[in-house]
Design a protein around this ligand. Structure first.
Ligand SMILES: [Zn+2]
Ligand SMILES: [Zn+2]
Length: 364
């Protein structure tokens, strides 16, 4: 099978032939039709911060068609259209029973046991690491059924691929994490793919005003098209005073999609009395947020970290697909460029262009 393999961190993706196992147990073999280029995969490919064993097949935003099923896979049939998600959940722990599958205690239950089973991916008999249990930068992906969600066949593959990571995160953070209500004011710091999805969800939730903040005018223009009522270029304007003025003293919800000490602090200061600071993005390196306890208490603020939209991924992906098909959630506008699997390096380079929202592999 053709796959884009990371041989050495920092040396890009190399198209190669590798072996993929037959589906066992609850595994599903998916013919990949679209795979989104997420920044997290680029970080893993260039710096490999988690020290994943190399060689490695990344790609955690995939959509495709089910072509074979393991003997105990029951959630899908051959021919179903599915979307992958990096959230790994066992279905048996207390968190899973509670519906908090994104906080599962045994994510490893979705993977093969390296001590006992032969690997899903291999080359010349040696294991090839499958990124996040998905490995979508390949012609096929062998995935535990819990990491897949079916989507209607009329949903095109390229926008479908975006559902499992960035869109789920942006939309879920607004609906599940912050529970934005009609009329509430929202600020979104960072107008990349996740930020635009958060703006879309804020619009759907009836929020007003919706202020998008970024340092690039191109991204801010796109945010307006997605539903931002106001935009602030924080390279030129003090974002905190601008947002406080636009919202009459501070917003009800501030989402930080960037994840630096500076943006988290802006989020804290641009919220009003009783406001929520929702930390969604994470910049590499680790940053700290300084909080004044008396101010936090007296201003009745809450600070929370949100991962993968803080909701059950199947429910979230199904809801987003439905909103897209009803014309309420713009996704086609996020797909700026479609590339071939062989052109991953160029595709990632294109993401540096502020006019490019997302890049998706559609030819394998
Ligand atoms: Zn991602
Ligand atoms: Zn679990």
């Amino acid at each position: 099978m053709k796959a884009a393999v990371v041989e050495k961190a920092g040396e890009g993706f190399v198209l190669q032939d590798i072996d993929i196992a037959e589906p066992a147990d609850r595994e599903v073999l998916v013919e990949v039709r679209a795979a989104g280029l997420c920044h997290t995969d680029l970080t893993l490919a260039t710096h490999n911060p988690g020290r994943l064993p190399l060689p490695l097949v990344l790609g955690h935003e995939l959509a495709g068609v089910v072509v074979a099923l393991g003997p105990r896979a029951a959630a899908f049939g051959v021919g179903d259209h599915v979307v992958g998600c990096l959230v790994q959940w066992c279905g048996a722990c207390a968190a899973c029973h509670d519906g908090r599958t994104y906080q599962c205690a045994h994510p490893e239950a979705t993977l093969r046991d390296p001590a006992r089973d032969r690997p899903r991916l291999s080359r010349d008999g040696e294991p090839v690491t499958q990124g996040m249990g998905l490995g979508g930068f390949a012609r096929h992906a062998l995935v535990h059924e819990n990491q897949l969600t079916s989507v209607p066949r009329e949903m095109p593959f390229a926008p479908a691929a975006l559902l499992g990571c960035g869109v789920l995160t942006g939309v879920g953070s607004v609906f599940n994490g912050a529970r934005v209500a009609p009329g509430e004011s929202v600020a979104v710091i960072g107008a990349g793919g996740v930020g635009l999805s958060a703006v879309s969800a804020a619009r759907l939730a009836g929020a007003s005003p919706i202020v998008a903040i970024d340092v690039q005018d191109g991204k801010l223009e796109r945010a307006r098209a997605f539903g931002a009522t106001h935009v602030v270029n924080s390279a030129r304007t003090d974002a905190v005073s601008a947002v406080r003025e636009l919202s009459g003293g501070g917003v009800r919800h501030a989402f930080d999609l960037v994840g630096t000490a500076a943006t988290a602090d802006q989020a804290l200061r641009m919220t009003g009395l009783g406001g929520g600071i929702h930390l969604v993005g994470l910049a590499p390196g680790g940053a700290e947020l300084r909080l004044s306890l008396p101010r936090l208490l007296l201003e009745q603020k809450r600070v929370q970290g949100l991962i993968m939209g803080a909701g059950d991924p199947r429910r979230g992906i199904t809801r987003c697909a439905d909103l897209y098909l009803r014309g309420e959630l713009p996704l086609d506008e996020l797909v700026s460029r479609r590339i071939a699997l062989a052109d991953l390096d160029a595709g990632y380079a294109a993401l540096a262009d502020p006019d490019v929202a997302r890049v998706v592999v559609t030819s394998f």
